[in-house]
Ligand binder design. Structure first.
Ligand code: ATP
Ligand code: MG
Length: 178
């Protein structure tokens, strides 16, 4: 496949309480690798959970994924030290990958949740957005995107829940929700 580069990399945010944020990011990744772009997906908080995409990406070229976290839902505020540590590791990797500029699209999945839980400082992410190489596209997902993140983004989509099967007692389905 011919290697391509984006002339201008933008900053996209998929937020809101409705389903589809992570799926949208993976859909974008699929389109991008079809055009020879290189995509790096870094997942905050999700490490240790079993998602279908972890198996699918093994089959795809130019797509890397690394998940951080401990396989449990975080609710505590202030957060636990080990959760802060793995979010920091995820952000350090994001910084390294973005600054190197070797990957055309860097997806920071659930980073908005890490920001809301105060695992990562908003200013650190704002700085990263401002310092990114011109050609690198960043995609930030997760509900409750902080206003500072929305401000520095070029594209913001809010998935708004109108209906979700969970509400009528249908549990998460393998292959659809995970
Ligand atoms: P998906 O990963 O399916 O694209 P998402 O990224 O928009 O969804 P998250 O907020 O990351 O959703 O939610 C994590 C998990 O909860 C996912 O498995 C998702 O399908 C599910 N989920 C999303 N929205 C809701 C909702 N309104 N109620 C219950 N579960 C939800
Ligand atoms: Mg998600």
């Amino acid at each position: 496949m011919k290697e391509e580069k984006l002339p201008t990399g933008l900053v996209q945010v998929y937020t809101g309480n409705g389903k589809g944020k992570t799926s949208a990011a993976f859909g974008l990744a699929l389109r991008a690798i079809g055009r020879g772009l290189k995509v790096y997906i870094i997942q905050f908080i999700k490490g240790g959970f079993d998602y279908g995409e972890l198996y699918a990406i093994k089959e795809l070229p130019n797509l890397k994924l690394e998940a951080f976290g401990h396989g449990r839902f975080i609710t505590e505020k202030p957060p636990r030290e080990d959760d802060i540590k793995s979010a920091k590791e995820a952000l350090d990797l994001a910084r390294e990958v973005i600054k190197k500029g070797e990957f055309d699209i860097v997806i920071l999945d659930e980073i908005n949740v890490a920001l809301t839980l105060e695992l990562v400082k908003i200013q650190e992410v704002v700085d990263l957005v401002k310092e990114k190489p011109e050609h690198v596209e960043m995609v930030l997902t997760g509900r409750n995107a902080p206003k500072e993140i929305v401000e520095v983004a070029d594209l913001v989509t809010e998935m708004r829940e109108i209906k979700h099967p969970f509400k009528k007692g249908i549990p998460p389905r393998r292959g659809i929700e995970y």
